[in-house]
Design a binder for this molecule. Structure first.
Ligand SMILES: Cc1ncc(COP(=O)(O)O)c(C=O)c1O
Length: 422
């Protein structure tokens, strides 16, 4: 069997039993409250919807046709302005930016064009699970380095999950090509601080590694924490590709507008791949995102900015759901950023596992199936964000999405209240 066929077969088996797909199917069949799905179920801001509507119905009929393959000119221009400011580097819209069909396609294109078969790529666990599939489809080898929680007595926080510097360094071999850094992190909500990023950047410089900085949740930061961009560290610009997502930033996940930002020698490889494999991303949504970013740039970091309004609102939702979960016996790990809460289920496991079967399924997956069946609440098992070898580290955790309407959160509260009563 040729490699491609083997990879396709293994993907088929894996996806047929994929816990996320199975749980979401179960949830939609029995009408569960779904906090497993990782996207908002509320409306985007009016101004971006208006921008799309104007783009579609206005006089410029060219917006209904193909645009520049490497990115719609209006969008790459404003992205260059925004990220020049954020990274303190003067960006060239033609050379330093590629717009993509969501950040997902950017990641996939990086794996297909810059990563090579046999390359080793370091993933910090818990990792956004598509990284693994994308790397394996390319014949590259993910190498896993887990974050582990320490308890400094200040309660459970995503900031308390850390990597061991020595363990990270010893994961590097002469085959290591890159490290994928996701900050804020899905699922943990960890926002890497300057010291941690400095350790990672030192490693990248020392071993000549590429850094894929997946920063799609860059504006979803809580408790006045700061999102720090590794591309702005000394000697990192030339070895970093930063990914962003309009879906996450403007709550329009279905529009699938994303971007890769980096030095010319890397972006050019991506542009060539994009031209050959994807060609052009949709024009109308790129135009509308450009208009929204033009509005956002002068008010960045002010209370009028949608990015600030959104993160403030999400912080409130996070606090409420953490409280509801704690009342029901979960132990929420408070995220500093992102869409998700990871919660420890140890205290409620024995009750949920009364009807435990004898399958080989991970404890957290059995729990999630039980919760969707018996409690009509869908959450995701943490083990899907870990390698097999490190699964033992995560089986007492689940991931819960809080980027939902107040109505959905209240429905979850009713379930959790009833749960704690029983
Ligand atoms: C960490 C991470 N990276 C990338 C993506 C994909 O982003 P997009 O929706 O822009 O394709 C997601 C989506 O959930 C994500 O969580």
């Amino acid at each position: 069997m040729c490699t491609n066929h083997a990879v396709a077969k293994s993907l088929q088996t894996r996806l047929a039993n994929d816990p996320m797909l199975v749980l979401n199917r179960m949830a939609s069949q029995n009408g569960s409250v779904n906090l497993g799905l990782g996207f908002p179920n509320f409306a985007p801001p009016n101004h971006i919807v208006q921008a799309l509507s104007e783009a579609a119905t206005g006089n410029n009929h060219m917006l209904h046709h193909y645009t520049r393959p490497y990115g719609h000119p209006r969008l790459v221009n404003i992205l260059a302005n925004v990220y020049s400011k954020l990274l303190s580097i003067t960006l060239d819209p033609s050379d330093h930016i590629l717009t993509t069909i969501g950040a997902f396609q950017g990641l996939s294109s990086i794996c297909q064009s810059i990563i090579y078969p046999g390359d080793e790529v370091i993933l910090l666990e818990p990792f956004y699970s598509p990284y693994k599939n994308m790397l394996e489809m390319r014949g590259a080898v993910p190498v896993y380095v887990p974050l582990r929680p320490y308890d400094d007595g200040s309660g459970q926080s995503s900031a308390n999950w850390v990597f061991d510097k020595k363990e990270l360094e010893s994961a590097v071999t002469d085959k290591t090509k890159a490290i994928f850094l996701n900050t804020p992190m899905n699922p943990l909500g960890k926002v890497f601080n300057k010291e941690e990023l400095l350790e990672i950047s030192d490693l990248c410089v020392k071993h000549n590694l590429l850094c894929v900085a997946d920063e799609v949740y860059e504006w979803l930061i809580y408790d006045r924490k700061q999102h720090v961009r590794i591309a702005s560290f000394p000697n990192m610009w030339q070895r970093t590709i930063t990914l962003g997502s309009a879906g996450k930033s403007f709550s329009v996940t279905g529009w699938k507008v994303g971007w890769c930002i980096g030095p010319k020698h890397l972006i050019q490889v991506l542009q060539n791949y994009h031209f050959s494999a994807i060609r052009t991303s949709p024009t109308l949504t790129q135009e509308a995102v450009a208009v929204a970013l033009e509005k956002e740039l002068p008010i960045l970091y002010t209370p009028e900015s949608y990015f600030q309004t959104l993160s403030k609102e999400m912080e409130g939702k996070r606090n409420r759901l953490c409280k509801y979960l704690d009342n029901a016996g979960f132990k929420a790990i408070i995220p500093d950023g992102g869409y998700y809460i990871v919660a420890d289920i140890s205290n409620i496991l024995p009750r949920s596992q009364e009807n435990r079967d004898i399958s080989e399924e991970a404890t957290d997956y059995r729990f999630a199936k039980w919760a969707v069946t018996e409690k009509k609440l869908c959450v995701l098992p943490m083990s899907i964000f870990y390698s097999e070898a490190h699964r033992y580290l995560c089986e007492k955790y689940v991931r819960i999405c809080f980027v939902k309407t107040d109505d959905t959160l209240e429905k979850a509260k009713e379930i959790l209240d009833e749960w704690s009563d029983s």
